[in-house]
Design a binder for this molecule. Structure first.
Ligand code: NAP
Length: 270
């Protein structure tokens, strides 16, 4: 019996790693994409095999280095997945970066803008295009050829951020990239609905990863001061649980849907 197959970008560390492990636990074969950190990606692969094995499952993993900024690298990533798996059931656009320098929008550089937009917005947009074309080549599938398996209902999940709507004037490029990614979700959800491919957006809040390590003290203080109704940092596992719920088919009649994983940050209160 074939497992469903997922491609997870930026799966070597942080949120992407937990997503990959959660999907393996659920029985997905996982394409582990990373930019540079191969040892970290190998550690994700071990975590995937171990998590699946604890559930009595056997899954496969493959590591694919590809900088999602780069058109030829995106093609190489999808081709590597195609050579490895007969079908693609899930793309998780997770890879993303914070600006190298947080700079006020009156000072911020074009160089930073181009860099952040290329990775956080252009990469997922064109990777979704490649993945969707492949998905549309496939007939509706089942994992054992007999019973419908909700994991095999094709899906795309975009990991955006509360920065899709919360304006941070010292990292405008990041906010614009995530706001744009929300539109990527809407566009692909609309375009692919007739083909039974559902598209979702997850908006994490403040999550403890390498990305937020340099601003830990700042967010410790903000959370202690009431930034989020649930007064703790989020974990990569919090986000992974939402992705796995989607992957397992918990929202079959929803597409273009936004799921906040933010401790309640998005609520307006009075
Ligand atoms: P992280 O710990 O810094 O990990 C980033 C991951 O992305 C790594 O696996 C890295 O690979 C990969 N990556 C970076 N640039 C890439 C590129 N050009 N091509 C392919 N892969 C690339 O980040 P994170 O906190 O887990 O963030 C994951 C996603 O969640 C991002 O989109 C981020 O914007 C979003 N998010 C994070 C938070 C938060 O508070 N942490 C909140 C909201 C949204 P290497 O290991 O090879 O460098």
């Amino acid at each position: 019996m074939l497992n469903p197959c997922a491609v997870v970008t930026g799966a070597s560390r942080g949120i992407g790693r937990e997503v990959a492990i959660g999907l393996a636990r659920s029985g997905f074969d996982v394409v582990i994409n990373y930019a540079a950190n191969r040892p970290a990606a190998e550690s994700t692969a071990s975590g995937c095999l171990q998590a699946a094995s604890l559930q009595g499952r056997t899954v496969r993993t493959i590591l694919v280095q590809a900088d999602i900024r780069d058109s030829s690298a995106r093609i190489r990533l999808i081709n590597a997945a195609r050579d490895w798996s007969p079908a693609l059931h899930l793309l998780v656009n997770n890879a993303g970066i914070a600006p190298v320098v947080r700079a006020d929008i009156l000072e911020a550089s074009e160089e930073s803008f181009d860099h952040v937009i290329a990775i956080n917005l252009k990469g997922p947009y064109f990777l979704s295009q490649l993945a969707a074309r492949w998905m549309l080549e496939q007939p509706p599938t089942t994992s054992n050829g007999l019973e419908p398996d909700p994991r095999c209902h094709q899906k795309i999940v975009n990991i955006s951020s509360v920065s899709a709507y919360a304006a941070s004037i010292n990292r405008g490029d990041y906010c614009i990239s995530k706001s744009g990614l929300s539109m990527v979700t809407a566009l692909f959800a609309k375009r692919l609905a007739a083909h039974r491919v559902n598209v979702y957006e997850i908006r994490p809040g403040v999550i403890a990863t390498d990305m937020t390590e340099s601003v830990k003290a700042k967010y410790d203080a903000l959370i202690a001061g009431g930034l989020t109704p649930i007064d703790r940092w989020g974990s990569p596992a919090d986000v992974a649980k939402a992705v796995v719920a989607i992957a397992e088919g918990a929202f079959p009649f929803s597409t273009g849907e936004v799921i906040n994983v933010d401790g309640g940050f998005h609520m307006r209160t009075l």
